[in-house]
Design a protein around this ligand. Structure first.
Ligand code: OXD
Ligand code: MN
Length: 610
């Protein structure tokens, strides 16, 4: 057993509440050694991980990790929010009673780190000095060294972030125990994995995975689920799975900020890192703040302010290439210190590859697929299987993103001009529709959805709803959540505008995408910002204000007239059909504010009269 006091003394970790927490879990998990991690330990931990074979070298000082075969994604069914009040039960949060959940996890974790090192990772999920710093501190305990290396990239890590915190509840207690991965019964009725946020105790207990989404507790469990709960509990803020970007008009010198929620596979990472379209690049500069999480609050000036609590990017590798996301490719270049997970790897050349990285897979010898199996050994039937796991990832820091905003670490955050939602939808949703009414904006977020990705997921034309893109992270009931949104944004005297965007409309005849997407998407955002400032009027429809054809800046863009026409009109019949689905969807949520139902009825009536 480790001499915890001695280790903490040596590390200068003096906070008595943290010390008590570390000692308690060192004893429960039975870890053999305890080690405190600061960001400065990165190089040494990398070396140790390479020596231990947990990481493999990628050219240019980058790294590769492979996870256990059945441990490659977040497990939503095994993830729960536990509290002591059943009124926190929601449709999506898998609510459980706090005491029994904590007891189950304590038993699963008991002795489960025997023979291992427990890494103590003090972290901060906010720029230091921000108005929400009180909700941002945490200490993750993990028995997995690569988790520590990921945390150093994804959050601010160091003892000085927590030493001076006085109150026992002033940091999130986050415990990660990997467990015996080959023997956890993943996906069987006897599945031993359990990922719990014990939200009213600000405690996170995750057992049975070393995959990032389950194991980097600062990111999703704290940055989203716990913060979602804290935001409501304190009545002080919103924590959302949103991107955050800035657009500067170099002609006027004005900068605008946009946050946005996008269900998975709807282009959120690409949009967050986008550049201005070539033809508009002289005038507009687009800046990156965050690809996954934003915390929002009302500033003293009556505006909504936001920051990205993360320090890095944990991005999906698939289809990331120079055309889809040049910023991401640049951010993982040689010298970036990036870590790749579950992509294809060539141990001879130390290169990595994933589907969509280049049009065709590499032709040279020596490649292994994400499971470590030589591509050369594939049978003809296996020939077309992907080389990389579809959820393979890259991890890098925000500072490596070439268009990262200079002020991404500014503790005062940035004022928000627009809140957008966008789910991949093949029909019905126009390019952009602006929503000027708060309740209608929140209603739009609550009915956000994307096309089901597999036929089995949903009926034809029906969306898989993902309210505010928070379905897997909602920490309390959806009714209260909507009310909290109305409350926070409603307090702002200068509110952001809402909008719904869709880059994925297709021609039903031949299936081509009507809108070119990628950098051209900035054109829709520019229209929105002009609309907000009254420079353009738009065209009113039952579901919001659309750009008039002449208002959209199309300089240097080639697009067929018929496509543009379809992108800028409303398919009323399809919308009426959608309203029935929405009604059913919203009816699941007890206590949904009357304002949201009123908004629904207003939109439905306007469509009936259209
Ligand atoms: C996610 C992520 O799983 O951002 O949503 O990693
Ligand atoms: Mn995410």
């Amino acid at each position: 057993m480790a001499d915890v006091d001695q280790v903490l003394d040596q590390a200068g970790l003096t906070n008595p509440h943290v010390r008590e927490f570390v000692a308690k879990w060192a004893e429960i998990t039975g870890a053999e050694r305890v080690e405190v991690v600061n960001a400065e330990d990165d190089a040494r931990l990398l070396r140790e991980s390479l020596d231990a074979g947990e990481l493999l070298p990628v050219s240019g000082g980058r790294y590769y990790s492979r996870s256990y075969l059945k441990d490659t994604a977040r497990s939503e069914e095994r993830t729960v929010v536990a509290t002591s009040k059943e009124s926190d039960r929601g449709v999506y949060n898998n609510w459980r009673p706090a005491d029994e959940t904590a007891a189950t996890l304590t038993e699963r974790m008991r002795g489960a780190s025997a023979g291992k090192t427990m890494y103590v990772i003090p972290y901060l999920m906010s720029p230091q000095g921000s108005p929400l710093e009180a909700y941002a501190a945490g200490v993750e305990l993990t028995d997995c060294r690569p988790v520590a290396l990921h945390m150093i990239r994804m959050s601010r890590v160091g003892v000085h972030y927590i030493n001076d915190l006085r109150e026992p509840g002033s940091f999130v207690r986050a415990v990660h125990v990997t467990g015996d991965l080959p023997n956890l019964g993943q996906g069987t009725p006897d599945d031993q994995r359990l990922f719990a946020t014990v939200a009213d105790e600000r405690t996170i207990l995750h057992y049975g995975s070393s995959y990032g989404g389950n194991a980097l507790l600062g990111k999703i469990a704290h940055g989203l689920r716990q913060a979602c709960y804290d935001g409501k509990d304190s009545e002080a803020f919103l924590a959302e799975q949103f991107l955050l970007l800035g657009i500067t008009d170099k002609e006027t010198g004005k900068t605008y900020h946009v946050v946005g929620g996008f269900p998975s596979a709807s282009g959120k990472t690409n949009l967050s890192m986008t550049l201005a379209p070539d033809a508009l690049g002289d005038r507009y500069h687009v800046e990156f703040y965050g690809d996954d999480i934003a915390w929002l609050w009302v500033g003293d000036d009556g505006r909504i302010w936001a920051f990205n609590p993360e320090f890095g990017v944990f991005g999906v590798a698939k289809d990331t290439n120079e055309a889809s996301n040049p910023g991401a490719i640049e951010s993982i270049r040689p010298g970036s210190g990036a870590i790749f997970t579950n992509v294809a790897y060539n141990p001879e050349t130390q290169e990595v590859w994933w589907e969509g990285r280049t049009k065709n897979p590499p032709q040279d010898a020596g490649w292994l697929d994400w499971t470590g199996r030589p591509i050369a050994d594939r049978t003809p039937e296996e020939k077309d299987e992907p080389w990389a796991h579809p959820n393979s990832r890259f991890t890098t820091t925000i500072a490596q993103v070439p268009n990262a905003a200079d002020d991404f670490e500014d503790p005062k955050g940035v004022p928000v001009d627009a809140i957008i939602f966008g789910g991949r939808t093949r029909d019905r949703e126009p390019l952009i529709r602006a929503i000027t009414d708060l309740a209608e904006g929140v209603y739009d977020g609550m009915t956000l959805g994307a096309e089901a990705t597999f036929a089995a997921d949903g009926l034809d034309g029906q969306l898989r709803y993902d309210p505010m893109s928070m379905r897997p992270f909602m920490a309390y009931s959806e009714g209260e959540y909507a009310a909290h949104w109305l409350h926070i944004i409603g307090k702002a005297t200068d509110q952001p505008i809402f909008a719904h965007v869709n880059w994925f409309q297709r021609d039903p005849e031949d299936g081509h995408f009507r809108w070119p997407g990628y950098r051209e998407n900035v054109r829709a955002l520019l229209w929105l910002l002009q609309f907000r400032s009254g420079e353009v009027k738009g065209v009113e429809t039952p579901v919001g204000v659309l750009p008039a054809r002449s208002e959209l800046n199309l300089d240097g863009l080639e697009i067929a007239e018929a496509d543009l026409e379809a992108l800028l009109t409303i398919d009323v019949d399809r919308w009426r059909e959608e309203m029935a689905f929405r009604e059913e969807h919203l009816a699941q949520f007890p206590g949904l504010p009357e304002e949201i139902w009123d908004a629904h009825r207003r939109v439905a009536k306007a469509l009936d009269e259209a």
